[in-house]
Design a protein around this ligand. Structure first.
Ligand code: NAP
Length: 265
């Protein structure tokens, strides 16, 4: 039975890694779950374990979110199931390869999943959240949204979109009782690296966090209302200075006068 204080969390990319940990932690916190990913067998196994451990109601919705028709089924679920109070947009793929080595079809698939699916699912969920004056969105971005030079540029760009979109949603929805958060993991020990073609063994172990620790930090930040959660950043002043500078730009981005550094004809 749904805990009316929590409701149901729909978690994308729940079949492994960060999404699977979110599913488990959210059920422990009293959420019922809808688990979304392509691998039905993995989702079923996880759903059985979580419902046994937590007594929560766990539904599985197998879908390829890069496929428009299957994505539409998940959008419909978000529009029609009024018990859903939390959307965790976590499903994502990435790689480290440069523009000359990357297959553009794979890049387009990355954009479809990391950007288009996240956007459509958000647009499906938000009207209901606003109508009910209750709801939350957690968008799993990446630290490369701040440093797109580090891995593949399309991946970094897709995550910059996720962080930027989350800033905008926060501004639009905060007054409507909707909590929004962008989570920026650093390197995290999941299948992401193997799938992206750079197995974890290639990384300096001191830079790699467990998915458990990552989600623990992000959920503590969620509880504290933190908009941008960066669990691997020890000295948060680095980000705070960056964000203050960004905020300071806002009043200086448009003018009817060409900046004086240019010569006029
Ligand atoms: P992961 O273990 O590979 O998990 C990715 C999840 O997304 C899986 O459940 C996968 O399930 C699902 N998925 C992939 N393609 C999909 C599709 N077309 N449709 C539906 N679901 C799909 O990697 P992870 O590290 O947990 O990644 C989760 C998020 O964290 C991603 O957005 C990633 O960009 C972000 N992130 C990861 C790291 C890191 O170092 N690991 C760092 C920063 C950000 P199926 O294969 O069953 O579909």
């Amino acid at each position: 039975m749904t805990d009316i204080r929590k409701g149901t969390a729909l978690v994308t990319g729940a079949s492994s890694g960060i999404g699977a940990v979110y599913a488990e932690r959210l059920a422990q916190r009293g959420y019922d779950l809808v688990l979304v990913a392509r691998n039905q067998e993995r989702l079923d196994t996880l759903a059985s374990r979580i419902s046994l451990d937590t007594q929560r109601n766990v539904e599985v919705l197998a879908a390829d979110l890069a496929n428009a028709a299957q994505l539409a089924q998940v959008e419909r679920k978000l529009r029609e199931d009024a018990s859903i109070t939390l959307l965790v947009n976590n499903a994502g793929i990435g790689t480290h390869t440069g523009v000359l080595e990357s297959d553009v079809e794979r890049m387009a698939e990355m954009i479809a999943l990391n950007i288009t699916a996240l956007t459509r699912l958000t647009y499906a969920a938000v009207p209901g959240f606003v109508a009910r004056q209750q709801g939350a969105l957690i968008n799993v971005s990446s630290v490369v949204s701040l440093a797109p030079e580090l891995l593949n540029g399309v991946y970094g760009g897709s995550k910059a979109y996720v962080t930027a979109f989350t800033h905008s949603l926060h501004k639009e929805l905060a007054g409507q009782g909707i909590q929004v958060q962008a989570v920026l993991p650093g390197a995290t020990a999941t299948e992401f690296w193997q799938i992206g073609g750079l197995p974890l063994e290639n990384l300096d172990a001191s830079t790699v966090m467990t998915a458990s620790d990552l989600v623990e930090g992000a959920l503590q930040d969620f509880d504290a209302g933190v908009l941008v959660s960066i669990p691997a950043m020890h000295d948060l002043q680095h980000y705070q200075r960056y964000e203050s500078s960004r905020q300071a730009l806002l009043g200086n981005l448009s003018s009817n006068q060409l900046a004086p550094r240019y010569s006029t004809k």
